[in-house]
Design a protein around this ligand. Structure first.
Ligand code: SF4
Ligand code: SF4
Length: 481
């Protein structure tokens, strides 16, 4: 099992005597951290209906949303100075970062070379919708070894539901054209799929499309959880309900479980699904899953706006989570500040008792605090909206992931799980064949065999028809649970 694409950050050491009232007092000493730089701020050439970032334009009214050369220089110099690790990740995001034009990134590479410490290497990553990529872009990305993340939500009928132009037209063809250019130039890339209420019902269609038609070997599935007020208007961190575009909690768990079942029987070791990699790492007790959301604490992934404002996280670009501006205070000091340390520790310290008692907390850790806006069964606030799905998913994968974790610990490959699953499937199928129709189903559901696995139901039969085009109705309100 490879964990090559997960980005491990060294664990920071916590300093003693960090109890003063100054929020910028140093509270920890991260050897490395991750910055998502947004050189165009929230500006994007598309108008994806679920994008949480487009409205962030309002935070900088009247701005050109264009990172200046001075801020670019400050950013890279400070990032390098703050790192004692040999590898520094430099992540570009948006909005749509390609809108800055190639010359901006050429300058960024020059600045990296100028400030490089002896032995230091850089890993540039860029997250793009892919629609503006050209041969020239791809030649540059290849030459400088960028890792490109490209956003695709599945086959065309699923992708075009939400990923649309400002005029509401589907973008599938444009994204695939960009993706084929990346492949033509052999640029390293991975695929990011946001899982929403629509494509969330089509896990196998999405997975098989990415694997077989796109041809990617590395996938990320990110749940869309859009918080709204009682009128369905975006309310970000104050919204107490999820829009109807949001994936449902149980829906997301089922989405992951169905893909896992396909993956664990066919693709372990050849296809890398970030959530599954993280789960194996947590089952192995490695200390960090490689995904902030599934770590006990966070705070080492900050967001840099075009003007030098540094925020606690990409999902917390809100005035109350502004740590400071790198033109005024050094970035390393801002990340090491008490304010940011508290933000990161709160992920663990604000968990409700329901999570503290949970048998899969070691794998879930309450996921991301931005999604913790429902109540526990006991009425405590702060439970994750996706809780039901994570519980189902982590229980569902427990046994095969244990097998993988044991294999890796024993010096074998994780794909040792595949023949085990195959022989179990064969044993199960034969048990179903010999069971009489009115016997309890061998799967343990409690249903009669004829109404369960003896009845010939398939996942596909449970699924609704695919949507026929872009522009599904905009926000209405989904039930909190
Ligand atoms: S707030 Fe959520 S997304 Fe941000 S660093 Fe923490 S876990 Fe990750
Ligand atoms: S599965 Fe639910 S209860 Fe368990 S840690 Fe995650 S959010 Fe908390």
């Amino acid at each position: 099992m490879s964990t090559q694409s997960t980005r491990e950050l060294p664990w920071p050491s916590v300093q003693s005597g960090s109890t003063g009232a100054d929020p910028l007092e140093r509270a920890w000493s991260p050897q490395a951290f991750h910055v998502l730089a947004k050189p165009t701020g929230a500006i994007c050439n598309l108008g994806c209906s679920y994008c949480f970032f487009l409205d962030k334009e309002e935070l900088y009214e009247g701005s050109r949303f264009h990172m200046s050369d001075e801020v670019l220089d400050q950013y890279i110099r400070q990032l390098i100075e703050a790192h004692s690790s040999p590898v520094v990740t430099i992540a570009w995001q948006g909005g749509e970062p390609t809108l800055m034009g190639l010359d901006f990134y050429r300058r960024a590479i020059e600045i990296q070379d100028r400030y490089r410490k002896p032995g230091m290497t850089f890993e540039n990553t860029i997250q793009t919708n892919g629609t503006l990529l050209t041969d020239e872009w791809c030649e540059f990305l290849k030459e400088h070894d960028f890792l490109v993340g490209i956003s695709i939500d599945g086959p065309q009928p699923l992708h075009d539901v939400h990923r649309v132009t400002k005029r509401g037209e589907g973008t599938f063809d444009k994204v695939m054209r960009g993706l084929r250019l990346l492949q033509k130039h052999e640029v390293e890339y991975n695929v990011l799929t946001t899982v929403n209420a629509v494509n969330g019902d089509f896990p196998l269609e999405v997975y098989r499309f990415l694997r077989d038609e796109v041809g990617t070997t590395w996938m990320q599935f990110i749940p869309v959880v859009e918080r709204v007020d009682e009128h369905g208007n975006p309310a970000y961190l104050n919204g107490m309900i999820a829009s109807d575009r949001s994936v449902g909690g149980e829906q997301f768990g089922k989405f992951l479980s169905i893909i896992f079942d396909e993956w664990v029987r066919n693709d372990v070791g050849t296809i890398f699904v970030q959530t599954f990699e993280a789960a194996v790492r947590n089952w192995m007790g490695l200390g960090s899953s490689g995904m902030c959301v599934f770590n006990e604490t966070c705070g080492l992934g900050v967001a840099l706006e075009h003007n030098g404002d540094l925020y606690a996280c990409d999902h917390f670009v809100e005035p109350e989570h502004l740590i400071g501006n790198i033109n005024d205070v050094d970035m390393g000091d801002l990340v090491a500040s008490k304010r940011q340390h508290t933000f990161g520790m709160d992920k663990r310290d604000s968990l409700p008792q329901f999570c503290l008692d949970c048998d899969v907390r070691f794998a879930c850790h309450g996921e991301c605090p931005k999604n913790r806006f429902i109540e526990t069964p006991d009425g405590d606030p702060g439970l994750n909206y996706l809780c039901a799905g994570f519980k189902d998913f982590f229980h569902h994968v427990d046994e095969p992931i244990r097998i993988m974790a044991e294999a890796i610990k024993g010096g074998r490959e994780a794909d040792a799980v595949m023949p085990v699953m195959k022989s179990r499937d064969e044993a199960f199928e034969s048990a179903v064949r010999v069971a009489s129709r009115n016997d309890p189903c061998p799967c343990g559901s409690g249903e009669k065999t004829k109404r369960c696995h003896g009845g010939g139901q398939t996942v596909a039969a449970e699924q609704p028809g695919m949507p026929s085009g872009p522009g599904r109705p905009r926000t209405r309100v989904r039930d909190r649970r």
